[in-house]
Design a protein around this ligand. Structure first.
Ligand SMILES: NC(=O)c1ccc[n+]([C@@H]2O[C@H](COP(=O)([O-])OP(=O)(O)OC[C@H]3O[C@@H](n4cnc5c(N)ncnc54)[C@H](O)[C@@H]3O)[C@@H](O)[C@H]2O)c1
Length: 457
């Protein structure tokens, strides 16, 4: 059993060290290898570990558990088990406890029958992700930690040859994103960013229409994002005792030390600039990613970014923008506006029409675009129907995923640029090739951050 696994891992690694896209293997699993009960030969399964099993991490884990050719063998979280997540996921789920022991139980329950039949050993639960990454039998990891904890695990996972599914927003800073992309390319691992709209047929159709000129030249994009959906604690908030179920030092990790408060950590980390770029990156990473796709600028970015009146809190525990409003201009003339507007659409305007997407439903002008057909000689964009399965398919076929690291990095870079322009309250010129500002050293210093010892990139 062990030999089989090592051989398979060697094969997968060998395959991925070849330049991406140069070769395309047929799937390793022929359908004949699938057992009658949907079982997959152990040698053809992808063993996965999950780093960060809070709200979205548990969601991701359930999605991968449902894949027949995946076996979940380990989970990791600095939370043992807690229901103190201020999560919207709570609504739909029974129990709604998250953390490593809750995740382990979900996995063990899922494999109960296999375990009894001797086909599954157990699911390990780690506090320190380095222990999970040290395991040789794990082929791929899913990283769903807060944003300040994406870069280091991604770079370490890549260096151990593990394929990586990492949540959006990819990075906390532009420098982190570039370092992640370099590590992924250097080690030749398969990478998927958790921007699941890249696997939506609807968004692909919209982008194909635009890329094929159906609304003329794309001239203006308005990406609206929701406001902060949690109220900040009172300004005179007081530190709280660290709960026994949380390794708080490890939760903070590379972020500056700060006293514990429950609203600093689980779910609400997205309103603290030490851990996140706020809704600008949290929601902007989804919306702006579609603008990049529609504009055909996946591997580059705008040349200018301008504050249009973004606002940040003056003090308090929550520090991310309370009002997002900035614009970015591309070399091809496209103007992107990103602004806070609850329930607002993503609007893509061309010289001869427009497409607007609200609550995942597109409306078209002219209406005839709805039934327009993309011809065989026109631009066809990457096709994926299931973001999680696309990752597994791509590991096996050694091909690029729907949302590889460069795409994830370039999309969130625009969000970071917006935050920087809104902070400095000015217009900044950006060089997308060199990934630096042309007219502000102050802004350039904001492209990276120092990390708390002993952590570093
Ligand atoms: N793709 C999407 O639509 C989508 C939706 C929601 C969240 N997300 C992303 O998922 C990520 C997590 O968000 P969330 O809402 O699930 O937050 P969360 O707070 O519910 O979960 C994060 C988990 O990571 C754990 N964690 C923190 N540091 C860790 C470490 N060093 N090692 C292991 N675990 C650690 C936390 O304890 C927590 O359980 C964010 O980057 C967020 O943007 C993506």
């Amino acid at each position: 059993m062990k030999t089989l696994k090592i051989n398979r891992r060697k094969f997968l690694r060998g395959a991925t060290s070849t330049a991406l896209g140069m070769i395309s293997f047929p799937h390793i699993i022929p359908s004949s290898a699938l057992g009658k009960a949907g079982n997959v030969e152990p040698s053809n399964r992808i063993n996965m570990g999950f780093i960060g099993v809070g709200g979205m991490g548990t969601n991701n884990m359930r999605a991968f558990l449902a894949q027949r050719d995946v076996q979940v063998v380990a989970v990791c979280d600095v939370v043992k088990a807690s229901d103190e997540y201020g999560h919207w996921y709570k609504r739909g789920w029974q129990g709604a406890w998250f953390g490593r022991e809750s995740a382990r139980k979900i996995v063990e329950d899922h494999y109960e029958q296999k375990k009894q039949a001797g086909q599954y050993k157990d699911c390990a639960a780690y506090i320190d992700f380095r222990d999970l990454l040290a395991r040789n039998d794990i082929d791929a990891v899913c990283i769903t930690t807060p944003d300040h904890w994406h870069a280091i695990p991604v770079i370490m996972a890549a260096s151990t040859g593990k394929h990586i599914y990492c949540e959006k927003p990819l990075s906390l800073t532009v420098a982190e994103g570039r370092a992640m992309a370099e590590a992924v390319h250097r080690h030749g691992v398969i990478f998927q960013t958790g921007t699941q709209r890249r696997s939506s047929e609807q968004f692909r159709f919209v982008c194909e229409l635009i890329r094929n000129g159906r609304i003329g030249r794309l001239k203006r994009a308005v990406a609206t994002i929701g406001s902060n959906n949690k109220e900040a604690p009172p300004r005179d908030w007081q530190p709280m005792p660290v709960p026994e179920w949380l390794d708080y030092e490890m939760w903070l990790g590379p972020a500056p030390w700060a006293p514990y408060h429950k609203d600093r950590c689980l779910y609400t980390f997205r309103f603290g600039l030490d851990y996140s770029g706020g809704q600008t990156t949290n929601l902007g990473a989804h919306a702006i990613d579609i603008v990049q796709w529609a504009n055909g600028t996946d591997d580059t970015g705008p040349v200018e970014v301008k504050d249009l009146g973004g606002e940040f809190p003056v003090d308090g525990l929550f520090t991310t923008a309370t009002k997002v409003h900035f614009s970015a201009r591309y070399a091809n003339g496209l103007e992107l506006i990103c602004k806070t507007q609850d329930g607002g659409p993503l609007r893509l305007e061309g010289t001869e029409g427009w497409i607007q997407i609200q609550n995942d439903k597109p409306t078209y002008y002219p209406e005839s675009l709805k039934t327009s057909v993309i011809g065989p000689n026109e631009i066809q964009l990457y096709q994926s129907k299931d973001h999680h399965h696309n990752f597994i398919d791509c590991i096996k076929a050694n091909r690029e995923t729907a949302a590889p690291v460069e795409i994830g990095h370039r999309s969130v870079t625009i969000c970071h640029l917006g935050n920087i322009a809104m902070t400095l309250k000015r217009k900044l010129e950006w060089d997308p090739e060199k990934e630096c500002f042309i007219n502000s050293e102050q802004a350039n210093r904001m492209l990276s951050r120092s990390m708390r010892s002993p952590w570093r990139l």
